[in-house]
Design a protein around this ligand. Structure first.
Ligand code: ADP
Ligand code: MG
Length: 478
């Protein structure tokens, strides 16, 4: 296995979160009782005509811009003919000759950044669903999904491992959610992929023959399918066989891929221009309008957080985990003085867990950003210890969201004291209790200072200002 390299190209399907379907007004939402999100058009009654959903086009352009694609201002639809029970028209409306986006790239960030080139992105409609597991004697058809808009992102064969394929899917899921064009939910089939896999001897310039594994709807399955397929192909080659180009399925129960059919050729589908839909023309005004409405992209924002606010990568990665968190953090830091690092800690270690537990969004938090800035300011200026702030003031504030953090800290007696008289008294008590350690310290065991500080902190119930207390101890011990 060591002498082989896996080559992978993905065809990623993203279901768009439009309200209505690609070519009619039927509800495009997931679920619903079977065959309720349908009409004469989804059911393909003769004589019905499709009409293009403008939002679907806009969403395609958003993704294209985010991936640096060339936006095709003149794209068009084609018919891809095939028979299947969940495809009542007998053809799928897709884009073959003139897809809406060409080129572009996806950068996946693992230990190093890897660029995956995109061949093109096209718009198409989803098929319905055949249900074979409801009754041993019957198959059922649910056409709720028939006609839901999809984007298909076709990558170049630039991926070299199951890890990269999974990272690619994760990056796409993150991006489509960020752009608000899809929920990216793999369990519900909003994001799925066909995985093309071939193997070749390392250093060999030519690609091997590939197999296409259809309809993978989980990251874990994608990995397992690639790993299995890689070893299957290597075994065939090692035994002197040749790989047949074919379409395969993946069985999650066994972890095996199995042959579905010989690879179909483009001419098998007898593609031809869809006569019922005019070509899609996007005006430059419309394009610029969409460009102007684009949010900053996650990676750009992450770099900004790193360079402008000097935050470490493991923080910024969490701050851009979704757009809401990033925007919230941006608002929190943009106006205030408190150090960004303390604000990042607050968001990552306190607010995100609060949001996950309460099921509420950060924007809905009853404690508002100015109060959080004051909260963090109390830690920054040493008025309250980070421990007291996180363990006591934080929950208290959420219970009394109208309060000022400073006032509340005072009421709860959490403010640290730099009162020299009190600190001297506490220091004397601590030193009197440990005469042997004082002697040891004076003989040179300077590390004991930490021990004395700990004791003094305890005696003050966490409220001693650490700087002032250290100074007092050093002076008393000296
Ligand atoms: P088709 O239209 O017949 O499906 P394409 O040439 O458009 O074929 O390729 C479809 C997908 O297969 C793309 O994602 C591409 O990157 C991938 N692919 C092409 N050749 C190989 C190969 N030798 N090994 C792995 N993947 C490949
Ligand atoms: Mg294909």
């Amino acid at each position: 296995m060591q002498s082989y390299e896996t080559v992978i190209g993905l065809e990623i399907h993203v279901q768009l979160a439009t309200r209505s379907k690609a070519f009619c007004a039927d509800n495009a939402a997931f679920g619903g009782a079977p065959n309720t999100h349908t009409s004469a058009i989804s059911l393909a009654h003769p004589g019905t005509l499709p009409r293009l959903n403008e939002k679907a086009v806009e969403y395609a352009v958003r993704l294209g811009l985010a991936l640096g694609c060339e936006i095709n201002l003149n794209s068009s639809f084609d018919r891809k003919n095939y028979f299947y029970a969940d495809l009542p028209k007998g053809y799928q409306i897709t884009q073959d000759q003139q897809p809406i986006c060409r080129g572009g790239q996806l950068i996946i960030h693992g230990n190093t950044a890897t660029t995956i080139r995109i061949h093109h992105i096209h718009l198409e409609e989803d098929a319905g669903k055949s249900l074979h597991d409801q009754d041993p004697n019957f198959s059922f058809i649910d056409l709720n999904r028939a006609g839901v808009p999809l984007l298909e992102i076709v990558t170049e064969p630039d991926l070299r491992s199951a890890d990269e394929a999974a990272a690619c899917m994760e990056t796409i899921r993150h991006l489509v959610r960020w752009l608000d064009i899809s929920d990216g939910n793999m369990e519900e089939g909003s994001l799925r992929c066909d995985v093309n896999v071939s193997v070749r001897k390392k250093g060999d310039p030519a690609f091997g023959t590939r197999c296409e594994i259809k309809n993978i709807n989980s990251m874990r399955f994608a990995r397992r399918a690639i790993e299995f397929e890689t070893s299957r192909q290597i075994e065939i080659l090692e035994n002197g066989g040749i790989i047949e180009q074919e379409t395969r399925g993946f069985d999650p129960a066994s972890g095996l891929t199995f042959s579905l059919r010989e690879k179909e050729q483009a001419h098998d589908y007898r593609y031809f221009p869809e006569p019922d839909l005019p070509p899609v023309r996007i005006s430059t005004e419309k394009l610029e309008q969409i460009r102007a409405s684009m949010p900053p992209l996650p990676h750009a924002l992450e770099l900004e957080f790193q360079t402008v606010y000097q935050l470490p990568a493991h923080d910024t990665e969490q701050l851009v985990q979704d757009r809401q968190t990033a925007v919230y953090f941006q608002n929190l830091v943009s106006e205030g003085n408190p150090p960004a690092k303390l604000l990042a800690n607050l968001v990552i270690h306190k607010l995100l867990p609060w949001s996950a537990e309460s099921g509420r969004s950060l924007a809905d938090c009853p404690v508002r950003p100015p109060q959080w800035r004051e909260f963090v300011g109390l830690i920054d200026t040493g008025k309250i210890s980070a421990t007291a702030a996180n363990q006591q003031l934080f929950p208290a504030l959420l219970e009394q969201p109208g309060s000022s953090p400073g006032q509340l800290a005072e009421n709860l007696q959490l403010l640290q004291t730099a009162d020299a008289g009190l600190l001297e008294q506490l220091a004397d008590e601590v030193l009197a209790r440990h005469p042997d350690k004082v002697t040891a310290y004076r003989k040179g065991k300077k590390g004991l200072l930490g021990f004395f500080m700990g004791e003094l902190m305890k005696a003050s119930r966490g409220k001693a200002d650490p700087k002032a207390a250290t100074a007092v101890l050093v002076e008393r011990l000296g």
